[in-house]
Design a protein around this ligand. Structure first.
Ligand SMILES: NC(=O)c1ccc[n+]([C@@H]2O[C@H](COP(=O)([O-])OP(=O)(O)OC[C@H]3O[C@@H](n4cnc5c(N)ncnc54)[C@H](OP(=O)(O)O)[C@@H]3O)[C@@H](O)[C@H]2O)c1
Length: 329
C-alpha cells in the first residue's frame, strides 16, 4: 500500500497523519506531499522523519491511494492527474462533491455505493458530515420533511491561517487576517464566500450535500453558518420536522445505537455535547434532544464533532479503510 497524504503540512493533513497512525492503517510506503513552498520540509510519522515532496513527484510515484486536503483548486488540477496513473483519490475539498460523476461518501451511511471505478471520491464538508451522521438513522425511521440548521463553527475549519489570526489577537499582535473581522470575542455570520442568493457557500453545502448523501433531493433544508472563536469542533443547533411522529426516548436509543454517534443528553447532570470534549475524538456527539413544542412531529437537537476528525481526516481514512477492505483499488 503506497499512500500519499496531499496537503500534509496543513491542519487536516496533520490530523490525517495522527488518525492513520492511531488506526494503524496498513502502509508500506508513505508519501507526504504539499506545495512547492514546503518541499524538503521534514514531518514525523510513527517516529520516523519523512521529507515533503511536490505534486508531480508524487504523481510519478503512482500511489495506490491519495488523501487530498489541499484546497479546491489544487484538487481540480491534480486529482485527475493522480487518477490517470491509477491512484484512488479521496478528496476533502468541495471540488468534486456535487459533481454527479463522483460519489459523496460518509462510510457509515453510503460506502456501499463505491465501486472500483470510483477514482476520485469526495469527502463531504465537515459541517455536513456531523449533521448527516445524526440525521441518517432518524430519516430512515421517521422521514425528514424540513430541516433548519444553525452552525457555530470552529476556526480550525478555516485552516492554519485562522488559528494564527486568533493567536495574534490573543497576543495583541498585528498579522495576516483569515477573516474580514477580528474573531476573538466575536461571532461572524459568514463562512466561506457569499453566493448570488445571499447565502454563503458553506450554508449551501449544508443544503445540497445532505440531499446527495441521503439520496433524497426533496429534503427541505435551510442553514445559517457562523464562525466563533472556538478550536475543538463545530456545533450545530438543528430543528427537524418529520413526516411521522417520534418518541424522544426512542430517538435517544436509536442514536445511541448508531455506530459513530455518542448521545450525551442528561439535563439532571448538565450533560450535553461541547467542542472542548469533542476535540480529538472521532465520534459525533448529540444532545439537548427535545420536542419542538411549537409544531407537530418536530425535534430540536445539538450536534458537536471535531471538524478535523470525523469532519475531515477520520471520514477520509474510513473511506480508505473501506476501499482496501472491499478490494476496490
Ligand atoms: N479544516 C477543516 O475543518 C476542514 C474540514 C473539511 C475539509 N477541509 C478542506 O481541506 C482542505 C485543507 O484544509 P486545511 O484546513 O488543512 O488548510 P490549511 O491548513 O491551510 O492547509 C492547506 C494544505 O494544502 C497545501 N497546498 C496549498 N496549495 C497547494 C498547492 N498548490 N499544491 C499542493 N499543496 C497545496 C498546503 O501546503 P503548504 O503548507 O505547502 O502551503 C497545506 O498542506 C481544504 O480544501 C478545506 O476546505 C478542511
Amino acid at each position: 500500500m503506497k499512500l500519499a497524504v496531499v496537503g500534509a503540512t496543513g491542519m487536516v493533513g496533520n490530523v490525517m497523519l495522527k488518525v492513520l497512525e492511531e488506526r494503524n492503517f496498513p502502509i508500506t510506503e508513505l508519501l507526504l506531499v504539499a506545495s512547492e513552498r514546503s518541499v524538503g520540509k521534514q514531518i514525523l510519522y510513527k517516529g520516523e522523519n519523512y521529507t515533503v515532496i511536490g505534486m508531480q513527484d508524487a504523481v510519478n510515484l503512482r500511489p495506490d491511494i491519495a488523501l487530498f486536503s489541499a484546497g479546491g483548486n489544487t484538487s481540480l488540477e491534480w486529482a485527475p492527474k493522480f487518477a490517470e496513473v491509477g491512484t484512488t483519490v479521496i478528496d476533502n475539498s468541495s471540488a468534486w462533491r456535487m459533481n454527479p460523476n463522483h460519489k459523496l461518501i460518509v462510510p457509515e451511511i453510503n460506502a456501499q455505493e463505491l465501486t472500483a471505478n470510483d477514482k476520485i471520491i469526495a469527502n463531504p464538508n465537515c459541517s455536513t458530515i456531523q449533521l448527516v451522521m445524526a440525521l441518517a438513522p432518524l430519516h430512515k425511521k421517521y422521514t425528514i420533511k424540513r430541516l433548519v440548521v444553525s452552525t457555530y463553527q470552529s476556526i480550525t475549519g478555516t485552516g492554519v491561517k485562522a488559528v494564527q489570526q486568533l493567536e495574534n489577537e490573543y497576543a495583541n499582535k498585528k498579522g495576516e487576517m483569515a477573516y474580514h473581522y477580528p474573531i476573538h470575542k466575536n461571532a461572524i455570520p459568514h463562512c466561506d464566500v457569499f453566493e448570488a442568493n445571499g447565502y454563503t457557500k458553506e450554508e449551501m453545502k449544508l443544503v445540497n450535500e445532505p440531499r446527495k448523501i441521503l439520496n433524497d433531493a426533496s429534503l427541505a433544508i435551510t442553514a445559517t453558518a457562523v464562525r466563533i472563536p472556538v478550536v475543538g469542533g463545530h456545533s450545530e443547533s438543528v430543528n427537524v420536522a418529520f413526516v411521522n411522529d417520534f418518541n424522544e426516548g426512542d430517538v435517544r436509543k436509536l442514536l445511541s445505537e448508531t455506530p459513530g454517534v455518542t448521545v450525551q443528553d442528561n439535563t439532571d447532570t448538565n450533560t450535553y455535547p461541547m467542542p472542548i470534549y469533542a476535540e480529538g475524538k472521532n465520534d459525533v456527539f448529540v444532545g439537548r434532544i427535545r420536542r419542538d413544542e411549537s409544531q407537530p412531529n418536530t425535534l430540536n437537537m445539538w450536534i458537536v464533532a471535531d471538524n478535523l476528525r470525523k469532519g475531515a481526516a477520520t471520514n477520509a481514512v474510513q473511506i480508505a479503510e473501506y476501499i482496501v477492505a472491499e478490494n476496490l483499488i
